[in-house]
Design a protein around this ligand. Structure first.
Ligand code: COA
Length: 168
């Protein structure tokens, strides 16, 4: 009997010409870290390249890590924590500025929902209070802002926990 395993470490083709590939190589982790730390929200929150690189590679069986590719080019990253709180938690999602606005981020979130459906009743995410674009991005996709959490990542900055209920 085969058992469905959400977020399997295999290639996942997406609409909008995207593909999620498992993130396993140190060189890919380093490339992603270099891209992230110069972009908000990570820049404002003071993330360091070395720390992000280590986070992406450290042993953590519940953190499913993928690089987002489009036409052979690295255009983003996904870190999904599952199992988490009666459903998966989008711990890290980022699309490079040049690749934004083409539906890739939306396709990733839809894919997560499809993977989790039937397995979990909730999908969780977190955004910085000041990240208006990401707040709108999640709101348009049915996420509700549950609670602000002060000083979670950096002193003086609030993060907002988001929840989407998954049906059936
Ligand atoms: C949030 C994010 C992952 C969305 O990825 P994306 O590939 O741009 O997502 P989509 O193309 O599916 O949707 C982007 C939205 O911005 C709009 N948009 C249009 N042109 C855009 C552009 N040049 N750049 C960004 N967004 C644009 C889209 O219409 C869409 O609007 P909607 O959210 O109201 O539906 C991406 O913007 C990102 O990496 N942001 C920085 C990191 C971040 O904030 N991560 C989330 C919290 S940690």
């Amino acid at each position: 009997m085969s058992v469905k395993s959400p977020f399997a470490a295999i290639a996942h083709p997406l609409p909008s010409n995207g593909t999620l590939l498992p993130l396993v190589d140190t060189s890919d982790a380093a490339a992603i870290a270099a891209l992230l730390v110069v972009e908000d929200p990570w820049r404002t929150l003071g993330y360091q390249e070395e720390t992000v690189s280590r986070y992406l590679m450290r042993p953590d069986p519940a953190l499913h890590r993928f690089r987002l590719m489009r036409e052979g080019v690295l255009v983003g990253v996904l870190g999904i924590r599952y199992p988490w709180l009666r459903g998966p938690y989008i711990e890290l999602i980022g699309v490079t500025p040049e690749a934004r606005g083409f539906g890739l981020g939306g396709a990733v979130v839809t894919w997560i929902e499809e993977e989790a459906r039937g397995e979990a009743a909730n999908l969780w995410a977190c955004v910085s209070e000041s990240n208006a674009d990401a707040r709108r991005f999640y709101a348009r996709r049915g996420f509700i802002e549950v609670a602000p959490i002060d000083d979670l990542v950096a002193r003086g900055h609030a993060e907002i926990l988001l929840r989407k209920r998954l049906l059936g």
